[in-house]
Ligand binder design. Structure first.
Ligand code: PAF
Length: 284
């Protein structure tokens, strides 16, 4: 595995590989790799000749009161996991290397951000979009892999790629789940034993919503109620939101339409869990 820290060297390497006609897959991350990232890398490896992983904790996507400084970092462990996953190139730039010109230009994401988790993280997706434009220009991948656990990020990246005609194929990868359905997350360890037993009901609540749609229910209000009812009856968590929106536009809707997302965030004592499913609904 080649570890590259310089933008210039990275661009040179990628230009050579492209010149040789290699297909390039890219998994952008902020490191502290977990099973979700490894799944992205497995898909990337299977579908491309060259797999590139980036690890960069991007300061632009953290708000002033967020955890940029305490964000978990363990590059040695990440390097070992990346090697094991068959990564060919690990791009690991410093903050100064990425933002050496202090950025006279930034991206502002205008749609798809004032809902779900974005509503409470003002500016977060501007930072994500800005760093991704840089990373796409440096790595020049054919395909880029993103986990559907963060479906809002996938929707924003979809908009970014289309709006700026970026020649990258976005590959959304299904959420990895525990056997009981709970979406894998590094935050699951903060659940108490009882909460861990309750938590699979979050996924089951999404399944209740899906079932209602499959049974012909088209009212978003009624579907949201069914999902919320299941959460309240089976967990001690506090609902932060339960939303049913169009996908990937993330617009509020009253009636179920062709492609929708059912998304939730629930607060337990020490962990706030999110989960979602997207559905393609046949026209009646
Ligand atoms: O999902 C992440 O880890 C980050 O938002 C990303 C896409 C690497 C951009 O910094």
């Amino acid at each position: 595995m080649n570890i590259v820290q310089s933008v210039e060297e990275m661009q040179q390497i990628m230009q050579d590989l492209r010149g040789k006609g290699k297909s390039i897959g890219f998994v952008p991350t902020m490191g502290f790799l977990h099973e979700g990232h490894l799944q992205l890398l497995r898909n990337c490896k299977a579908e491309n000749e060259i797999s590139v992983l980036s690890i960069f904790v991007n300061p632009l996507q953290f708000g002033p009161n967020e955890d940029f400084d305490s964000y978990p970092r363990d590059i040695e462990r990440d390097e070992a996991l990346a090697r094991n996953a068959g990564v060919d190139i690990l791009f690991y730039p410093s903050k100064d290397e990425m933002y050496k010109n202090n950025m006279s230009t930034r991206i502002t994401v205008v749609d798809r951000v004032d809902v779900l988790c974005g509503e409470k993280r003002k500016g977060h997706f501007d930072g994500v979009a800005t760093v991704l434009i840089k990373l796409f220009n440096i790595v020049t991948p054919h395909k880029a892999y993103f986990g559907m656990k963060d479906a809002q990020q996938v929707a924003v990246v979809d908009g970014l790629i289309k709006d700026f005609n970026i020649p990258v194929e976005l590959v959304p990868v299904e959420t990895i789940r525990e056997e009981d359905g709970l979406a894998k997350s590094s935050r699951n360890v903060y659940l108490s034993n009882l909460e861990r037993k309750e938590a699979p009901h979050l996924y089951q609540s999404l399944m209740c919503g899906k079932q209602a749609i499959e049974d012909g229910e088209r009212s978003v209000g009624i579907i949201k109620q069914a999902v919320s009812k299941h959460i309240l009856e089976h967990t001690s968590g506090k609902i932060d939101y339960v939303e049913v929106l169009s996908y990937p536009e993330l617009e509020q809707i009253n009636e179920i339409q062709e492609k929708v997302i059912i998304a939730l965030a629930v607060k337990f004592t020490k962990a706030r869990l999110i989960d979602n499913i997207t559905l393609v609904v046949p026209n009646n």
